[in-house]
Write a protein that binds this ligand. Structure first.
Ligand SMILES: Nc1ncnc2c1ncn2[C@@H]1O[C@H](COP(=O)(O)OP(=O)(O)O)[C@@H](O)[C@H]1O
Ligand code: SF4
Ligand SMILES: [Mg+2]
Length: 330
């Protein structure tokens, strides 16, 4: 398999008057062609900031502090803003933003807004651009005639399909979808998820799918990254993450999924909440909520260790560095 996206040691902070918010810390992962990477974690864990960082579009007062983001071998973070806009955005990587269904400009038709990238990035004539728009609308299961409509004339589900069409327009190597179905009702949500799976297969797309909902991740992802307090704490193939997770936070998230089949178990919520990222606890950031926490966990942060091929965990239970920096854990 070929990696379309390689992220190494990426850190992003917001410089606020209350202090530095370390929203993404030393994140590393790869996305292969035709793969869906699901990124999950509670609200405030840095998922959206990671997405903005990959696009090179972190809003102020945030900025990428260190790391590397390579798309098709091109280092995105060393490009100037104008080079990035010209060569990378929409053509190599595009994003379905959290809340994007409200981002359409109310005064232009949907078709006009979908035609823009073809006119500005590809120098298409207006006629050619509108032909492309019709193709795109069909691809996402919409009647091409809706190009004449204004955003307020579309339902939520139709708007979300149009947003997906926009992200697909220039056939990018990587598409990021940040909570794309959170605002939709359950039936529409499952239609949109099916559409994205179908597009992945038919068009051989690579997706990063971000959500706080583990049941959506279970349905969508080939590979899963679990984020906590700005770090990826576990990363691996979906079947491993869901069947035999290593990290206590991953296990707790999975236990919080309501069971649809089999005996109904009591829902196990995770007590407490993610830390404030201006002054997170020392050591493992999960230690105040972890039933396995030991002294070492409260002092030093564990490394991100490959425990088996393609399966990485950030927990002292699996970091052999523990021998050098404290007593062994069971
Ligand atoms: N514009 C901003 N200014 C300051 N802090 C921010 C800003 N945006 C996000 N944050 C902080 O960064 C952290 C990660 O937020 P975010 O990336 O939105 O997480 P998630 O998408 O997982 O909910 C949170 O502590 C949040 O408060
Ligand atoms: S490092 Fe310690 S506190 Fe953190 S998840 Fe592992 S056992 Fe729990
Ligand atoms: Mg978010």
């Amino acid at each position: 398999m070929t990696a379309v996206l390689e992220v190494e040691n990426l850190s992003t902070s917001y410089y606020t008057f209350r202090g530095m918010v370390k929203a993404v810390e030393k994140v590393s992962f790869k996305l292969e062609k035709e793969e869906i990477l699901g990124i999950a974690g509670e609200s405030g864990c840095g998922k959206s900031t990671l997405a903005w960082s990959l696009m090179g579009l972190v809003p102020p007062p945030g900025r990428v502090v260190e790391g590397s983001v390579k798309i098709d071998g091109i280092e995105v973070l060393s490009l100037s803003e104008s080079e990035r806009r010209k060569k990378i955005l929409w053509e190599k990587i595009s994003m379905i933003f959290q809340g994007a269904i409200n981002a359409f400009n109310p005064v232009y038709t949907v078709g006009y807004q979908l035609a823009e990238p073809f006119i500005y990035h590809k120098n298409y004539s207006k006629k050619e651009a509108f032909e492309k728009v019709k193709e795109l609308l069909k691809m996402v299961g919409l009647n091409p005639e809706i190009e004449k409509r204004y955003p307020h004339e579309l339902s939520g589900g139709m708007k979300q399909r149009a947003v997906i069409a926009m992200a697909l327009a220039l056939e990018p190597s990587v598409i990021i979808a940040d909570e794309p179905t959170t605002a939709l009702d359950v039936v529409i949500q499952s239609q949109i998820l099916n559409l994205m799976k179908k597009l992945k297969q038919d068009k051989k797309l690579s997706f990063i799918f971000i959500t706080h909902d583990m049941s959506v991740i279970a349905e969508m992802a080939d590979k899963v990254a679990i984020m906590y307090a700005g770090r990826i704490v576990e990363l691996g193939p979906s079947e491993i993450i869901f069947n035999r997770p290593y990290h206590p936070y991953t296990s707790a998230l999975i236990r919080s999924i309501p069971r649809l089949r089999g005996p109904i178990e009591k829902l196990q919520y995770i007590p407490g909440e993610p830390p404030n990222l201006i002054s997170p606890p020392p050591g493992c950031k999960f230690n105040p909520r972890c039933q396995y926490a030991e002294e070492l966990c409260k002092k030093e942060e564990p490394g991100f260790v490959e425990v088996e091929k393609g399966h990485f965990v950030r927990c002292w239970k699996y970091d052999s560095g523990k021998q050098s920096s404290g007593g062994a854990m069971k």
